[in-house]
Design a protein around this ligand. Structure first.
Ligand code: BJW
Length: 250
C-alpha cells in the first residue's frame, strides 16, 4: 500500500527544500524486531508484572534484584533482536543528510545497529550502566546471576558503593539534559516531524509533536493504532513501522 499522498508530499517537500526532519520513535519501532512494547502486550514470563511498576526508583529500592532480573531478560531480548526494514530505511536519509535528527524514547540499540546515529536517547540506554546513588558510569559488565540464590547478585559502584543500575530513565526521574535539549531544539526547528510507534502517553517526550506543530512543522504519525497524539497531528498513517518507513523513505 503506497503512502497516503499528503505524507509522501510532506516528505518530498522537506527533502526538496532541504528542510530539517525530526524523527521521534517509540517502542512500536522495535516491535517488529520482537522487542515488546510497554502497553497492551503480554510479556510471557513477566506478564504478572506491570512494566510501569518495575520502571521506577521505588521498585529498585524495594527489590533491586527483581528489577535487575527484568532488565537482564530485556537486555537478552534486545541482544538477540535484529533491526528491521523500517530501522534500515530511517538510516538511509540520515546517512544522506545531516538534516535528519533522530530522537528515540527507546532504550535499545536497534537504530544504531541499522546504521543510524541517534541524536537523542531521551529515556537513556539499557547498556549504559550507572550508579543509582552518584550517577557514575559503570564499565564492568552486567551483574552476575548468583547460582545459589538464583537471583541477580548486586554490583557496587567503585566510587561510592551504591548499586549499579541500567542506564534508563524511570518515572519521576529527569530526562538527560543534553538529550532533551537536542530533542526540543529539533522539534522547534524542523519542517517535518515523523512520529513512529509511540502511544504518546509518557511526558515530557509526548509533548514534542505539539511543540513541533506550534513551531510550524507538519507532523505525521505512523502507528497501526489510534493514539493520544492522533487528534493533534496533521496526518496519521495506520501502518507498522516496518511496512511504512521503507515505502516512505526507501
Ligand atoms: C507500533 C507497532 C509497529 C505497536 N509499528 N507502531 C505531564 C502529564 C502527566 C504526567 C506527567 C507529565 N509530565 C511528567 C509526567 C510524569 C511521567 C509521565 O509521563 N507519566 C504518564 C505515564 C502519566 N513522566 C515522567 O516521570 C518522566 N520524568 C519527568 O517528568 O521528570 C520530571 C522531573 C524533572 C526534574 C527533576 C526530576 C523529575 C520520565 C519518564 C520516563 C519513562 N520511562 C520509560 C521506561 C524507560 C526504561 C525502560 O525501558 O525500562 O520509558 S516508561 C516507557 O514508556 C518507556 C518508553 O520510552 C515510554 C513511552 O512508551 P512508548 O514508546 O510510547 O511505548 P508504548 O508501549 O506506550 O506504545 C507503543 C506504541 O507502538 C503503541 O501506540 C502501538 O500502537 C504502537 N505499535 N506495534 C509502529 N509494528
Amino acid at each position: 500500500m503506497p503512502p497516503p499522498p499528503a505524507i509522501a508530499n510532506a516528505v518530498r517537500d522537506a527533502i526538496s527544500h532541504d528542510g530539517r526532519i525530526c524523527v521521534l520513535t517509540g517502542a512500536g519501532m522495535s516491535a517488529e524486531s520482537g522487542v515488546p512494547t510497554f502497553r497492551g502486550t503480554q510479556h510471557d514470563l513477566w506478564s504478572r508484572f506491570d512494566p510501569m511498576q518495575l520502571a521506577t526508583a521505588e521498585a529498585w529500592r524495594a527489590d533491586a534484584a527483581l528489577v535487575w532480573a527484568w532488565y537482564r531478560w530485556r537486555m537478552a531480548l534486545v541482544r538477540d533482536a535484529q533491526p528491521h526494514a523500517g530501522h534500515r530505511a530511517l538510516a538511509e536519509p540520515a546517512r544522506r543528510t545531516s538534516r535528519v535528527t533522530l530522537v528515540t524514547q527507546n532504550v535499545d540499540d536497534l537504530h544504531e545497529r541499522a546504521g543510524s546515529v541517534v541524536d537523542a536517547h531521551v529515556h537513556g540506554s539499557l547498556f549504559a550502566l550507572r550508579c543509582f546513588d552518584c550517577g557514575s558510569g559503570h564499565e564492568g559488565g552486567l551483574p552476575p546471576l548468583d547460582p545459589a540464590a538464583q537471583r541477580i547478585a548486586p554490583m557496587a559502584c567503585a566510587y561510592c558503593g551504591g548499586g549499579i543500575r541500567p542506564g534508563v530513565v524511570w518515572f519521576g526521574e529527569a530526562l538527560p539534559d543534553d538529550a532533551w535539549q537536542v530533542a526540543t531544539d529539533a522539534a522547534r526547528d524542523c519542517m517535518l516531524m515523523l512520529v513512529v510507534g509511540t502511544s504518546g502517553l509518557v511526558h515530557p517526550a509526548a509533548g514534542l509533536p505539539a511543540l513541533a506543530r506550534r513551531s510550524g512543522a507538519t507532523v505525521v504519525e505512523i502507528n497501526p493504532e489510534r493514539t493520544a497524539l492522533s487528534d493533534d497531528v496533521d496526518v496519521s498513517w495506520r501502518a507498522t513501522a516496518g511496512d511504512a518507513l521503507p515505502l516512505l523513505l526507501g
